[in-house]
Design a protein around this ligand. Structure first.
Ligand code: TPP
Length: 564
């Protein structure tokens, strides 16, 4: 049966089981909006800015494990998505972004609202398409979802010219996808896995270094089992938080620039690092020449290009972490070697415990001023560690990472790779759409929240009860921290003297607003805010002089941590 391109598009989404699209209309995609009118299968959420749409789709994807979808118009609609796309690309989030485009005949003519979004996003998408014929639409949509969600996940952009959407074609949705040259390798090489296990068992000071790949590959339980069989201490990257239970006795917490003392000391003194779904980025390694100087490195990753990229690897294993961990577990489960190994590394575990005892995560609770760490601790306590936490970027993000102990995957949503201010609120909204019964909280800074605060209107419109806890220090805190430490306290352009009254702003949007100005008020205000029956901003005036510790200065070795 012949259909318009727009109808084919919407039917393809239905076929793929897409239940929600975050979007914003415009001339180039009017045909799609017409086809969506009164569609009952694909729900469309109208956002207030296209950047919000992409972050919502991203939060939806991270929280649910499904592919996030957004739809925007050509030109400025499309370019407004770029930050969100780059954010998802850096953090390997499966997204499909549909952009409108001027009619094919006008492409390249400087037509009204034309932007070469395929060219613009080439370096920050896993793949992108310009659809030239209506008859290609169903196939391309199918391929886009396949590419976004398989192998190392990532964003795929599909550009949809207006005449293609208006054109007619037969509806033919392909059952399978065949793509030349795209064959992600899921199975780890058995011999390499055996070598890795042999190498681990020979050593005395092992550390598992785990990243977002644990969460993306749904390997959290296998990782926990594997770590317990060998008694392996486990540290996670920012992206890996929740991939291994933060409350497990084997957990070292986060490593790297704002990692725990014990995690950074353990990595620096280890003799073997088992890298699992993590990419050794600079925030983790510190000075690369002095990273883990005594350790042999095993690196498991689905993306072969991330192996050997930053550090020399002794045993590379390309494959799906789930498959590799299953193989590893089979080799050691219930064996005498595993029991012997656990005994052998007991002194190492004691050493790590003593690092924890001498240098725990800590802050000084002064008089009157509200400490941001205390606020996060209270959020943790009041939510019993069960909330889904999104963050903005800056000190708020690091305090959330340090003081909220994440036990389950997909509960910590944060822009790790790109570090995108303005990510948290829309991501929280997307997560709340995916998980309507969960408590979703955005831990925010007063700078970051102002970057996409307009999405509060989206939350109110769709009755999504997200909570925003603003650690309001009146400054761009993380940048100010660098100025304090490395620029002799010259706070150039990091004070925000003009901050809106967040309570009244919340109310203006139709949300709830609460404020705490003293330590004694924090618990009560959080309780009130969490109990409010809709989207809520909780403005907490925190100590502007508080800094995030430990801190490894950029380019320094991990052992050179600045401590409280
Ligand atoms: C879009 C964007 N612009 C600039 C930066 C640089 N940056 C990193 S942290 C930060 C300060 C964030 O301030 P705030 O949101 O108030 O959070 P705080 O650090 O005070 O918790 C800035 C400006 C960024 N990460 N993202």
């Amino acid at each position: 049966m012949k259909m318009t391109g727009a109808e084919i598009f919407v039917k393809s989404l239905e076929e793929l089981g897409v239940d929600v699209v975050f979007g914003y209309p415009g001339g180039a995609v009017l045909n799609i909006y017409d086809a969506l009118f009164q569609n009952t299968k694909v729900r469309h959420l109208l956002v207030r800015h296209e950047q919000g749409a992409v972050h919502m789709a991203d939060g939806y994807a991270r929280a649910s494990g499904k592919t996030g979808v957004c739809l925007v118009t050509s030109g400025p609609g499309a370019t407004n998505t770029v930050t969100g796309i780059a954010t998802a690309y850096m953090d390997s989030v499966p997204l499909v972004v549909f952009t409108g485009q001027v009619p094919t005949l006008m492409i390249g003519n400087d037509a009204f609202q034309e932007a070469d979004i395929v060219g613009i996003t080439r370096p920050c998408t896993k793949h992108n398409y310009l659809v030239k014929e209506a008859r290609d639409l169903a196939r391309i949509v199918r391929e886009a979802f396949f590419i976004a969600s398989t192998g190392r996940p990532g964003p795929v952009l599909v550009d949809l010219p207006k005449d293609v959407l208006a054109g007619m074609a037969e509806y033919a949705f392909p059952k399978a996808v065949k793509l030349r040259g795209y064959h992600p390798n899921y199975e780890g090489h058995q011999k390499q896995v055996e070598s890795a296990i042999r190498m681990i068992l020979e050593k005395e000071r092992p550390v598992a270094y785990t990243g977002g790949g644990v969460i993306l590959s749904e390997s959290s339980e296998l990782l926990t089992e594997f770590a317990h069989i060998l008694g392996l201490p486990v540290t996670t990257t920012l992206m890996g938080l929740g991939g291994f239970p933060g409350t497990d006795p084997l957990s070292l917490g986060m490593l790297g620039m704002h990692g725990t003392f014990r995690a950074n000391m353990a990595i620096s003194n280890s003799d073997v690092i088992v890298g699992l779904g993590a990419r050794f980025d600079d925030r983790v390694t510190g000075k690369i020449d002095e990273f883990a100087p005594h350790a042999k490195i095993i690196h498991v990753d689905i993306d072969p290009t991330s192996i050997q990229k930053n550090v020399p690897v002794h045993i590379p294993i390309v494959g799906d972490l789930k498959d590799v961990l299953k193989k590893m577990i089979t080799l050691v489960k219930g064996t005498k070697e595993a029991a012997k190994f656990r005994k052998k590394i007991a002194p190492w575990r004691e050493q790590i415990e003593s690092w924890k005892a001498t240098h725990p995560l800590a802050y000084k609770q002064g008089k009157g001023k509200i400490k941001p760490q205390y606020v996060v601790e209270e959020v943790y306590r009041l939510t019993k560690g069960k909330a889904v936490i999104a963050t903005e970027v800056g000190q708020n993000q690091m305090f959330a990472a340090q003081y909220y102990l994440f036990d389950k995957p997909r509960t910590f949503l944060s822009s790790g790779g790109l570090g995108t201010m303005g990510y948290g609120l829309p991501a929280a909204i997307g997560a709340q759409v995916a998980l309507p019964d969960r408590q979703v909280i955005d831990i925010a800074g007063d700078g970051s929240i102002q970057m996409n605060i307009q999405e509060l209107a989206t939350a109110v419109q769709y009755r999504l009860p997200v909570k925003v806890v603003i650690l309001n220090n009146g400054t761009l805190g993380m940048v100010r921290q660098w100025q304090e430490l490395f620029f002799q306290g010259k706070y150039s352009q990091t004070c925000l003297p003009q901050i809106p009254d967040f309570v009244r702003l919340a109310e203006a949007y139709g949300a709830y607003g609460f404020r705490a100005t003293k330590s004694e008020e924090v618990t009560r205000v959080l309780e009130k805010g969490f109990a409010a029956p809709g989207p809520t901003l909780i403005d907490i005036l925190t100590d502007p002089n508080e800094m995030v510790y430990p801190m490894v200065p950029a380019g320094a070795p991990l052992t050179k941590m600045l401590l409280v």
